[in-house]
Ligand binder design. Structure first.
Ligand code: KG4
Ligand code: ZN
Length: 353
């Protein structure tokens, strides 16, 4: 029989609109990873409706746990701990995952551990065949976050820059809405942009001065709205070609801004490895331009595959495996923290008395 600290960890992700369950252990790696995406529900409203997200997590968690166990050919008795997303995220959605996970752990008599959602994102490339070594720089670009983080090791994070207003993914979602495209906006804008000419409309690159590592995307969103109004003219209606051109110009502005800030942060920190994670990290243009620009500096970029870029439980199960020494007998005060800075984290085991 496996000793408890070597038994698989069940990961549960419910921070926003994806319900995910995965199983990880150190010898077999990722044993299963299942996801129920709620996008069809939220698309009807043009964005995430928190109340509906919480309800959907509640109905999907049990079947997903059964599916994840089935695919891994394991039973509940084989699990050593449960890792769940403790924050940041939508409070109701987090509470569903946290109470479910702690109750299940209590019933099984195994410990539970709360994982920081963004730590999950930045560790996601560790699931790939060629994981980055520490230290590295991480660009975390999702619907709720845009930040550059210096990663010295597990739990040793220092934020170098962050968005002052909208996150990059949020800007993609808002611009999509403005252009009459569907939700979630990132993939839709990218698809429209593929048919457009990004140079036909010049949009600002919000760099915030020569040394800043912070981001600001709300002005760019306003510039897109003004460009859309000007293009639409008196008729007020954009043609498909105009939508494509504006989408391409917007995507080019966001990508150029993100690339510039990454290069600045690499130069300032002297780091030679860059990890890009979070939903916007699935953007093909960003991946290609970063690879070229960072490669030209003698540094290397590491991406999780696109399904590990957007929200998933594989990254939570992996982070939970790394933090299993921090797991506590459940119910250990189910954690649901909508706001939680990465810089507060400690290395695994640091808080063990
Ligand atoms: O990491 P994620 O799945 O959830 C959060 O933690 O926020 O990121 C979702 C965000 C959404 O804003 C979505 O529009 C964006 O990632 N996104 C993309 C692409 N795929 C997803 N943005 C640009 N290009 C994409 N291909
Ligand atoms: Zn996320």
């Amino acid at each position: 029989m496996q000793s408890p600290e070597h038994k698989p960890v069940l990961g549960v992700e419910t921070s926003c609109d994806e319900t995910g369950v995965a199983i990880y252990d150190g010898s077999a790696g990722l044993r299963s990873n299942v996801l129920f995406s709620q996008v069809d529900t939220h698309r009807l409203y043009g964005g995430v409706v928190p109340e509906l997200a919480s309800r959907d997590h509640g109905t999907k968690l049990v079947p997903l746990v059964e599916q994840a166990l089935g695919e891994a050919e394991l039973t509940l008795a084989d699990l050593g701990a449960i890792a769940y997303t403790g924050g940041p995220g939508l409070v109701g959605a987090l509470m569903v995952g946290a109470t479910f996970s702690c109750s299940l752990a209590y019933g099984l008599g195994i410990p539970a551990v709360a994982v920081h959602h963004m730590e999950g994102h930045l560790l996601a490339p560790m699931l790939e065949p060629e994981p980055p070594a520490f230290p590295f720089l991480a660009l975390l670009v999702s619907g709720g976050h845009t930040q550059l983080v210096s990663v010295a090791g597990l739990g040793r994070y220092r934020t170098l820059g962050a968005t002052l207003d909208d996150a990059a993914g949020e800007a993609f979602d808002k611009v999509a809405k403005l252009l009459g495209l569907s939700y979630p906006g990132g993939p839709e804008v990218a698809r429209a942009a593929a048919a457009g000419n990004g140079e036909s409309i010049r949009l600002p690159r919000p760099l915030l001065g020569p040394d800043s590592l912070d981001f600001s995307f709300s002005g760019l969103k306003t510039a897109v709205r003004l460009a859309a109004q000007a293009e639409a003219g008196d008729g007020g209606q954009l043609t498909a070609a105009q939508v494509a051109d504006i989408a391409a110009a917007f995507q080019a502005a966001v990508v150029e801004t993100l690339v510039t800030k990454c290069l600045r942060a690499l130069d300032a920190s002297g780091l030679k490895r860059l990890v890009v994670a979070g939903g916007v990290g699935a953007n093909a243009m960003l991946r290609q331009q970063l690879a070229e620009a960072v490669g030209a500096r003698g540094a290397r970029v590491y991406y999780p595959r696109p399904v590990y870029c957007t929200d998933n439980a594989a990254m939570i199960a992996y982070a939970g495996w790394c933090r299993r020494v921090d797991a506590r007998p459940a119910p250990a005060d189910p954690m649901a923290r909508p706001r939680w800075s990465l810089d507060e984290l400690q290395p695994p085991g640091a808080n063990t008395g």
